[in-house]
Design a protein around this ligand. Structure first.
Ligand SMILES: Nc1nc2c(c(=O)[nH]1)N[C@H]1C(S)=C(S)[C@@H](COP(=O)(O)O)O[C@H]1N2
Ligand SMILES: [Mo]
Length: 197
């Protein structure tokens, strides 16, 4: 009679492989990846703005949160090959911020306190694909993970999820941000392994 050692080998039976993009390895901790020093920002001094051809649209901490917090569960994928599945997040979808904004500009440069930037096309921040996140796994975001507020764009590699986010500047053309200037992909779809240029 044949005998099997079920679940033995390279794959874990408790993980749905269809959720792990090519070239990625699962982690159960949450690594910190920051290009520079961690800024310390109080909610009272935090604000968010979107600059379009019609000017500057700004919201305070309370105003952004009053637009409507959502609880979501998503997977995150870092270009340095780690994937973390099933994280719970709380944040305001970008749809709420763009609801009253009329722009013909198609590209976003996301700006952070501390100077970090990253580019994302506007249509990839809408339709429930991106949030201003305030909490992860039931706790306020720690400063090292981008607290008090960060962008969350889970369908793209995690470098697009700008920590300490402070605003978006709209552009007519897709221009590279911090890592994109250093050779990271302009788009960054983990399922297509869009890691570098
Ligand atoms: N402001 C800012 N945002 C950033 C970064 C950064 O260095 N500065 N690093 C990016 C990268 S490369 C990754 S993988 C994730 C890491 O987020 P974490 O430290 O919470 O895991 O943040 C992204 N957002
Ligand atoms: Mo990263």
């Amino acid at each position: 009679m044949a005998s099997f050692t079920r679940g033995f080998g390279g794959r874990r039976r408790d993980v749905d492989d269809s959720k792990v993009p090519p070239g990625q390895t699962l982690v159960h901790d949450w690594p910190v990846l920051s290009a520079g020093a961690t800024p310390e920002i109080e909610p009272s001094e935090w604000s968010f703005s979107i600059r379009t051809e019609s000017g500057l649209h700004s919201w305070t901490w309370d105003e952004v949160r009053a637009l409507g917090l959502e609880d979501i569960t998503v997977d995150i994928h870092c270009v340095t090959h780690w994937t973390k599945l099933g994280m719970g997040w709380r944040g305001v979808p970008l749809d709420k911020l763009f609801a009253d904004i009329d722009t013909s500009l198609d590209y976003c440069m996301v700006h952070s306190f501390g100077g970090y930037t990253t580019n994302v096309p506007l249509d990839e921040l809408l339709a429930g694909q991106a949030w201003i996140a305030f909490e992860a796994d039931g706790e306020p975001l720690t400063p090292e993970h981008g607290g008090p507020a960060r962008l969350l764009v889970p369908h793209l590699y995690f470098w697009k999820s700008a920590k300490w986010v402070r605003g978006i500047v709209m552009h007519a053309e897709d221009e590279p941000g911090f890592w994109e200037n250093a050779g990271y992909n302009m788009h960054g779809d983990p399922w297509k392994e869009e890691r570098y240029w």
